[in-house]
Design a protein around this ligand. Structure first.
Ligand SMILES: Cc1ncc(C[n+]2csc(CCOP(=O)(O)OP(=O)(O)O)c2C)c(N)n1
Ligand SMILES: [Mg+2]
Length: 311
């Protein structure tokens, strides 16, 4: 499967998974879908039949609230049966809302932001000391980069010249309840350069650019590499793009679900079949007044919960 097909399937699975469970973070998933697809289709070394193979590249989705994207990628790549995706975020499922290492192919549980890069750096140092060839990858959110622990790990990686460490920042300029520039905006490129990293800056939805940036990160000084991937939160479903609402809200029955599915159908790649609604959904038009949301609106609980709306 190529990365275009995988990216589409990640988006489609995750619309379904959040719809079924009432789970959050579809905006964060759509933002990172192309990054995950390129990693799992083109870059990472792994064996789905031997998830603990010692030669595998190590991967941590540090922005663990987008775990649905990782689960969808792992299922599509053969780590477990795709039908299990429908259990996501449900009671008793091992596919918990945030990333769980109980799932085959996952080495490290995440969800509490700010920890993934430290662990990835430790693994990169271990590989170097043990003379192992694998690389260690971590995907971070830009809001996550407000956590001081990210910069402790960045300093550590620079000190130990961890040329086998690769961070990817999903740079969508949004956090959970506001835009980064209203919270604490990190001057991304200058900050990583200042910490001694090799910096590559690309369009995070351009899969060729992502592949080129990730395929070979060797450099003469053994600097760790960061790929700053410019993304759009909610990418691929127009009414979710750059709208704070879709950090926590899930696609509800009716126009939200139907329009999301139909929009994805308009861009289905050759060779891919929709596993849930092969013919799309009955056409229901979006309600325009519900299509954009202010910060204060998205702080209101009725915007998120199925239970509140049903009362
Ligand atoms: C330590 C910690 N603090 C707060 C949260 C709650 N939280 C979940 S997602 C999120 C926003 C993250 O923004 P960003 O890293 O930019 O990810 P995006 O959703 O934009 O991809 C926050 C604050 C958390 N998961 N962990
Ligand atoms: Mg963000």
């Amino acid at each position: 499967m190529n990365s275009k097909q995988l990216a589409w399937l990640i988006r489609r699975h995750c619309v379904e998974m959040t719809h079924l469970s009432g789970g959050s973070h579809i905006g964060a998933v759509l933002s990172v879908a192309d990054i995950m697809a390129v990693l799992y289709a083109d870059i990472l070394q792994y064996d789905p039949l031997k998830p603990d193979w010692d030669g595998r590249d190590r991967f941590i989705l540090s922005k663990g609230h987008a775990g649905a994207a990782l689960y969808a990628a792992l299922a599509e790549c053969g780590f477990f049966d795709k039908t299990e995706l429908k259990t996501h975020y449900q009671n008793g499922s091992r596919l918990s809302g945030h990333v769980s290492h109980a799932v085959p192919g996952v080495d490290f549980s995440t969800g509490s932001l700010g920890h993934g890069l430290s662990v990835a750096a430790g693994r990169a140092l271990a590989a170097k000391q043990d003379k192992k060839a694998f690389r260690s990858f971590a995907v971070l959110g830009d809001g996550e980069c407000n956590e001081g622990s990210v910069w402790e790990a960045a300093e550590f990686a620079n000190h130990f010249r961890l040329g086998n460490l690769v961070a990817i920042v999903d740079y969508n300029h949004m956090q959970s309840l506001d835009f980064c520039n209203n919270t604490l905006e990190v001057d991304m490129k200058r900050r990583w350069e200042g910490f001694g990293w090799q910096v590559r800056e690309i369009d995070g939805h351009d899969r060729n650019a992502l592949r080129q940036a990730l395929i070979d990160t060797d450099n003469p000084e053994n600097k760790p590499t960061v790929v700053i991937a410019h993304t759009v939160k909610g990418k691929g479903v127009s009414f979710m793009e750059n709208d704070l609402l879709w950090h926590y809200r899930f696609p509800h029955d009716g126009w939200e679900y139907n329009c999301a599915v139909n929009e994805l159908h308009n861009s289905i790649p050759d060779g891919v079949e929709d596993p849930y609604t092969p013919d799309g959904c009955p056409e229901i038009k979006p309600e325009p007044e519900n299509c954009r949301h202010t910060v204060s609106e998205t702080h209101h609980p009725t915007y998120y919960s199925r239970e509140v709306e049903e009362k």
